[in-house]
Design a protein around this ligand. Structure first.
Ligand code: GRF
Length: 196
């Protein structure tokens, strides 16, 4: 008899409201989800932690200012097969990136390589898209490597930029796409891991 492959376990790292995290937690509750969520960890007191707790997911609050932060982060995800950065604002320690090569995903709210890099997050990204006069924006799921937002791209979804857009309206149109794209990419990666 063929042994059933075990579903990969996922650790989710957040810094904020956690709407991308929530879309993963909701998906993980479906019987056909090809992964399980082992924990949600935050680098600051993030509102998303309460949402994870409410769904019975183990949570961990780390202190990004603590001298042991990098070690704490490593330990937090040590037993996970995959790590998803879902609005995580701290730069990952290189040791963690190396240990998890090809196993860390990030969602970024622009069409990378445009408008990525250090300091480019949240509204700043959408403001840069508008300042540049881009006609199309969207979101990107990519592998995490040591540079910021530079890893291989896995998937993109696009929206039209409207003449009347503000950073807020553009961001609000992109966010639901992020939720969908991140889950779709995670499912595909988890399924591929189970086939190995
Ligand atoms: C998202 O736009 C994500 O792409 C970015 O930060 C935002 C986080 O939103 N990196 P949420 O915390 O998932 O709601």
């Amino acid at each position: 008899m063929l042994a059933l492959a075990e579903k990969p376990s996922v650790g989710i790292l957040i810094s904020g409201q956690g709407s991308n995290m929530l879309s993963i937690l909701q998906d993980a509750e479906r019987p056909d989800a090809p992964y399980t969520v082992r924990l949600v960890a935050a680098d600051r007191s993030a509102p998303g932690l309460a949402l994870a707790k409410a769904r019975g997911v183990p949570t961990l609050l780390l202190d990004r200012k603590s001298p042991s932060f990098e070690e704490d982060l490593l330990q937090a995800v040590a037993s996970c097969d995959l790590v998803v950065l879902a609005g995580f604002l701290s730069i990952l320690p290189p040791k963690l990136v190396r240990a998890f090569k090809g196993r860390i995903l990030n969602i970024h709210p622009s069409l990378l390589p445009a408008h990525g890099g250090r300091g480019m997050y949240g509204k700043k990204v959408h403001a840069a898209v508008l300042a540049q006069g881009d006609l199309i924006s969207g979101c990107t799921v990519h592998w995490v490597e040591e540079g910021v937002d530079t890893g291989a791209i896995l998937a993109k979804a696009k929206v039209l930029v409207l003449r009347e857009d503000t950073p807020e309206t553009l961001g609000a149109r992109i966010l639901p796409l992020e939720h969908w794209l991140l889950v779709a990419a995670l499912r595909q990666i988890a399924e591929e891991r189970m086939k190995r």
